[in-house]
Design a protein around this ligand. Structure first.
Ligand code: NAD
Length: 460
């Protein structure tokens, strides 16, 4: 093959976006992928887990049907169908992704890519020459010493997705996005759940009130939620059909057992055997170090997505891949403002946020104030019988700027896009409040919280 303008190593959201954008700018591009294009998000992350969660949400909704005057009998979960449906959704998306990549005349080169130099990539026996390389190799679940996953009793999220039947009980270590989403799913399908988090709240990166509300909601559905808890990993015991953990919590040592344990304590970059030693590319605590245009220390080697750390989110990887492709085509690129990136945790209830919490804004030296509006005063939430949760707007009373939005409640994942657009357009809280929201909709919750912030609420 001739010299290729851009080779993405890794065909996940970051890699395929970079390749597609490059071809749109008139460059030639190829994607090197050792597994399937679509990466973690499509095959082992966002998509399969959200398909599972949708089955759990349907189960819950059908169980509540009586309250809506709809009589349903003998409601139960058919797990093989949950899994089969999830696989169908993934396969449909995989097919359309392959078609989009091929439509852009991008070759998908199957195999593991290794750099021979800053301009050469080896895949299988094939040596490719590239003007630009985008490292988009992603991440894998992080292990903790003493609690190494074995795929049978001690699992990571990849193992869990491959189980033939749901466990009757599960100990989940880490209450970030992965741990909390699985906790919510398993609770809703009847598994006994213990959620163990080292920090003082579940989803500890979120607004503290949101974390508190989610912890309460999970506990109310029967989860044993232990925060500020420490797993004494050296005391882990694995038996034929059980796993036993010792956890230090509220000054006591507690022993707990379950069918399986899930280790969900974060992820690490995949950079081994990549040939980075043949380049000047540098790592920072395992993550590939890049500048604002996603350039590494090699001017024609870029890196995007989970491999560079920060927010490990598919939409972030895609945004970074887009910028890296534009930079490699010689365009001037603007720095991505991570404070306008929406973040969603698909628990029941959902959690979504964009921008800063009040505390983060104060730490940044801003004069920040926040206002909350509850779903219990929202007509559509009452109609849907989903009135738990709230929207919180953080703003700067001096400038009026909208600094952050934090939502817990029904369809928070959809509602956050308005807030993200508002952040992108540098809107004020007044502008979000004065924007007319259709009635009755859940979206009014954000409008009301923004009106409270701007002092234009007619209710208070
Ligand atoms: P995470 O970093 O979000 O959460 C890990 C949690 O584990 C943290 O709360 C941390 O305090 C806790 N922890 C660490 N060590 C611990 C220990 N020894 N004992 C108890 N708790 C411990 O990581 P994750 O949940 O594994 O997710 C990995 C990445 O994937 C994250 O960056 C996440 O944002 C992303 N992800 C996103 C979504 C989504 O957008 N909906 C879903 C899943 C994963």
């Amino acid at each position: 093959m001739d010299e290729i303008d851009l080779i993405a190593i890794g065909g996940g959201s970051g890699g395929y976006t970079a390749a597609i954008r490059a071809t749109q700018l008139g460059l030639t591009a190829a994607v090197v992928e050792r597994d399937k294009v679509g990466g973690t998000c499509l095959h082992r992350g966002c998509i399969p887990t959200k398909a599972w969660l949708e089955s759990a949400a349907t189960l819950i909704r059908v169980r509540k049907a009586g309250a809506f005057g709809v009589r349903v009998e003998n409601v139960s979960l058919d797990y093989p169908t949950v899994v089969a449906r999830q696989k169908r959704v993934v396969e449909t998306l995989h097919k359309s992704l392959r078609a989009v990549i091929q439509k852009h005349k991008i070759e998908i080169i199957e195999g593991e890519g290794r750099l021979l130099s800053p301009t050469q990539v080896m895949v299988g026996g094939r040596k490719l020459t590239a003007r630009n390389i985008v490292i988009a190799t992603g991440s894998r679940p992080r292990e903790i010493p003493g609690l190494e996953t074995d795929g049978t009793r001690i699992l990571n999220s990849d193992h869990l997705l491959a189980l033939a039947a749901p466990p009757r009980s599960i100990l989940i270590i880490g209450a970030g996005a992965v741990g909390s989403e699985f906790a919510s799913f398993f609770l809703d399908i009847g598994t006994e759940v213990t959620l163990i988090e080292m920090l003082p709240a579940v989803v500890p990166l979120e607004d503290p009130d949101v974390g508190k509300a989610l912890g309460k909601a999970l506990a109310a559905r029967g989860a044993n939620v232990l925060t500020s808890a420490r797993v004494l990993t050296e005391r882990t015991r694995v038996y034929d059909s059980r796993v036993e953990l010792t956890v230090e919590h509220e000054g006591q040592e507690k022993q707990m057992t379950a069918d399986v344990a899930l280790v969900a304590v974060g992820r690490e970059a995949v950079t081994d055997n990549l040939g980075l030693d043949k380049t000047k590319v540098q790592l920072d605590r395992g993550w590939v170090r890049v500048d604002d245009a996603y350039r590494t220390a090699e001017p024609h080697v870029y890196a995007v997505g989970d491999a560079i750390g920060g927010l490990l989110l598919a939409h972030v990887a895609a945004a970074e891949g887009f910028i890296a492709a534009e930079a490699s085509a010689g365009k001037t690129v603007a720095k991505l403002d991570y404070n306008r990136v929406p973040r969603v945790t698909y628990t029941n209830p959902q959690v979504a946020s964009v921008g800063m919490t009040e505390q983060q804004a104060k730490e940044a030296g801003l004069n920040a104030k926040s206002q909350r509006f509850s779903f219990k005063y929202n007509a559509m939430a009452l109609i849907e019988d989903e009135a738990d949760g709230f929207a919180k707007v953080v703003h700067d009373p001096d400038s009026g700027d909208l600094l952050g939005v934090h939502i817990i409640g029904p369809h928070a994942s959809e509602l956050i896009s308005e807030a993200a657009l508002a952040r992108f357009l540098q809107a004020s809280a007044w502008e979000v409040g004065a924007n007319i929201h259709p009635h009755p909709t859940l979206s009014e919750v954000l409008g009301e919280a923004a009106q409270l912030s701007a002092g234009i609420s007619i209710y208070w």
